[in-house]
Design a protein around this ligand. Structure first.
Ligand SMILES: *Cc1c(COP(=O)(O)O)cnc(C)c1O
Length: 460
């Protein structure tokens, strides 16, 4: 293939992708939200041995677009309320296409000044929106899981350094024991990150939580114990079932008094800080040492994008800075504050989302998600048989039917009917259904449409 044919192929392939993307987006309001094909059916569509001969690039894109539909889930649509997921703002989606076209390997400003600058600015804007310390490091990683991991890597090396142990030099063997203190309703990604750190379940101390999943402040001090062992305390902004926030103002001083590093998992909850109406939920969280959050959930950028935020960049660097004789350091580069070397400029869509919304638009988005949650909860409460399981303080709504069987059956019926997606959970030993308001695209009419569908399914 010569360069001219290549340019022509590229143009036709991109045009095919553009047309297919617009078709997909136009289908979102009417298609069943849950997929209509199984994994096996999709393997059938795309599988088989790799053919010997190549195919025209535009034809490949058309084949993808034609085959994909039945197995796609309408996540960017207005009535996907499963897990905590979020859609894609127009500016973020288009910027993400540019990121692919630019193809910048964004580890260091020495190589890719434009994308590193955009990520740095997006990070500074977020620190400002969250009220976090100027000068904290912001590493754009794949999501909340890796953000928790990167922050806890910084935490582990910092608390060991304070205990006189150089983790980089000496490793974990023979190191002072590090204990990780967590709430009973922490997200599973915290335990997984702890495991990745080379620590085990035996190193985790669980503090009891209240009915909504908040760590009980009077239980923290006893859990910290008497010994001088290094401590990491993990708090939470936004419990995944109830949306509840830990009482940071009460908890962080207790942890800091004992010399603990305090980490906040705020995958979707940190965004409450951007709204004058909801910021009270995060009061006091600014005193922590690290914070994990996502852009692909509440900020509505495409997958994947999360942020690992560390108060003192020296702690990120100590844990994460890369080595290599051929690498040049220019200051605080993405590869100093993420576990990655080669990396996508995933902060660029976040920059575009923030720029398209502006400060007021971010607050308005978060408040709209909360208002949608309140409207959904009020509507659900009026449906016979449905019981709400918590106060709606943020974006989450959890409910159930009189029996676990009825709850599970209603959940399955909602997915089969297709108007909306809600997903199941276990809460305090019983089956529940969860609605997470995460999409910019959801309107009051979408809440009404969803309630009408659930009303008739619950009656049946
Ligand atoms: C979603 C979530 C995570 C994990 O984030 P990913 O982006 O899925 O990696 C961690 N903590 C909480 C509270 C979450 O809601």
């Amino acid at each position: 293939m010569d360069a001219r044919d290549g340019a022509d192929d590229r143009e036709r392939a991109l045009e095919a992708a553009h047309a297919a993307a617009l078709d997909w987006l136009a289908s979102l309001d009417d298609r069943p939200v849950w997929p209509r094909a199984s994994l096996d059916e999709m393997l059938e569509v795309f599988g088989g041995p790799l053919p010997d001969d190549g195919r025209d690039p535009a034809a490949v894109v058309e084949q993808l677009a034609t085959g994909a539909g039945p197995g796609l889930v309408a996540i960017p649509g207005p009535r996907f309320f499963g897990f905590v997921i979020g859609g894609t703002l127009p500016a973020a989606l288009a910027a993400d296409w540019l990121v692919s076209a630019w193809d910048q390997n964004s580890g260091s400003a020495m190589l890719t000044p434009t994308t590193v600058a955009l990520e740095r600015v997006a990070g500074e804007w977020m620190l400002d929106l969250f009220g976090l310390p100027e000068g904290a490091s912001v590493g754009f990683v794949t999501g909340g899981q890796v953000a928790n991991l990167a922050c806890l890597m910084a935490a582990r090396s910092a608390v060991l350094t304070r205990a006189g142990w150089d983790l980089g030099e000496q490793g974990l063997r023979g190191a002072p024991r590090v204990r990780v203190v967590v709430g009973a309703d922490r997200h599973g990604s915290i335990d997984r990150a702890v495991r990745f750190l080379g620590l085990g379940r035996a190193d985790i101390v669980v503090v009891a939580a209240d009915d909504e999943g908040r760590m009980l402040p009077d239980q923290l001090e006893p859990a910290l114990g008497e010994s001088e062992e290094p401590l990491i305390v993990c708090l939470q902004a936004g419990e995944v079932h109830t949306g509840a926030f830990d009482d940071f103002a009460a908890l962080i001083p207790i942890a800091h008094d004992r010399g603990a590093w305090v980490h906040v998992d705020g995958a979707f909850g940190l965004w409450a800080a951007t709204s004058p109406r909801l910021a009270h939920l995060t009061a006091g969280m600014q005193a922590a040492d690290s914070w994990a959050t996502d852009a692909h959930k509440t900020l509505n950028v495409p997958y994947d994008c999360g942020m690992a935020i560390v108060r003192d960049p020296a702690d990120s660097i100590a844990a994460l800075r890369t080595g290599g004789d051929y690498l040049v350091y220019t200051g605080l580069d993405p590869w100093d504050v993420t576990p990655e070397l080669s990396r996508r400029a995933r902060g660029v869509p976040a920059w575009a989302a923030l720029r398209s919304l502006g400060r007021a638009g971010v607050a308005e988005l978060i408040e709209r998600l909360h208002d949608n949650a309140v409207a959904m909860a009020e509507g659900l409460a009026q449906i016979g048989g449905i019981e709400l399981l918590h106060e709606v303080g943020y974006t989450q709504v959890m409910f159930r039917m009189p029996s676990d069987e009825q709850t599970t059956a209603l959940g399955a019926a909602i997915l089969a009917e297709g108007t909306a997606v809600v997903t199941g959970a276990q809460w305090r030993g019983r089956a529940a259904l969860r609605c997470a308001m995460s999409s910019w695209a959801t309107t009051p009419a979408d809440i009404e449409r969803t309630l009408a569908a659930i009303r008739s399914l619950a009656a049946a």
